[in-house]
Design a protein around this ligand. Structure first.
Ligand SMILES: Cc1cc2nc3c(=O)[nH]c(=O)nc-3n(C[C@H](O)[C@H](O)[C@H](O)COP(=O)(O)O)c2cc1C
Length: 205
């Protein structure tokens, strides 16, 4: 079954609860070869005890781990160093679908993280170099001049990732698939990982 927007595919029989949530997740996510990556809300445990959240790109899903990339100096990186757990929320309103994935986070090896950098747009590659608090504090004209200067100075050769470019993987422990319906109640399937594999519960939406 094909659905609109960035949504991938769904089961023909949405009453079915496949045993493996990661296979279903792979169907819901866009084709890995699609250069446009889905957005998600990445929630972490704040160092002050309050939750923290922001939007990031889901760089990849290999059928087991979900990957995202960021700056080593970012708040999320500090929070994940303290508590390596996170929740990813992806929503496709046009398809009436949401998936919430919670799990354990680990840093990627630098060589692995570096492989994603060339797949980002030139603007995002430049941003990885220039997105500092120091520059953010400068007036807009100065920020834009610094950007144009750096871009021109590095026009001849492809950019390499800065040392602050880092990647993380999330290994799912809980996966909750939400489906809405125009003429009926929404509905969730919640998968929780345990010693005997995945347990499955049907929940109200
Ligand atoms: C559409 C969109 C996509 C974004 N993608 C990323 C991303 O892939 N990685 C990233 O580090 N920040 C991304 N950001 C910026 C984050 O939302 C956030 O502002 C930044 O990473 C700093 O977050 P932190 O201070 O909580 O660590 C994106 C923001 C938007 C609005």
């Amino acid at each position: 079954m094909s659905l609109p927007g960035m949504f991938g595919r769904d089961l023909e029989d949405t009453d079915a609860s496949p045993a493996d949530p990661l296979a279903l997740l792979g169907m819901w996510l866009p084709d890995p070869a699609d250069p446009v990556k889905p957005l998600m809300t990445l929630s972490t445990m704040g160092l002050d005890g309050y939750p923290d959240a922001r939007t990031v790109l889901l760089s990849a899903f290999d059928g087991r781990l979900l990957r995202f990339h960021t700056d080593a100096r970012s708040r999320k990186a500090s929070e994940l160093a303290a508590v390596p757990r996170a929740t990813m929320t992806l929503v496709w309103p046009d398809a009436a679908r949401q998936v919430v994935v919670t799990g354990d986070v680990a840093p990627e090896a630098p060589a692995e993280a570096a492989e994603t950098y060339p797949t980002r747009s030139r603007a995002l590659q430049l941003l990885a170099w220039l997105n500092t608090d120091e520059l953010a504090a400068r007036p807009a004209a100065e920020r834009q001049a610094a950007w144009a200067r750096f871009d021109a100075e590095h026009a001849e050769t492809p950019l390499v990732p800065p040392s602050t470019w880092v990647g993380f993987t999330l290994a799912p422990r809980r996966v909750v698939f939400w489906r809405g319906h125009a003429e009926g109640p929404s509905n969730r399937i919640m998968y929780t990982s345990g010693e005997d594999g995945w347990s499955i519960e049907r929940k109200a939406g």
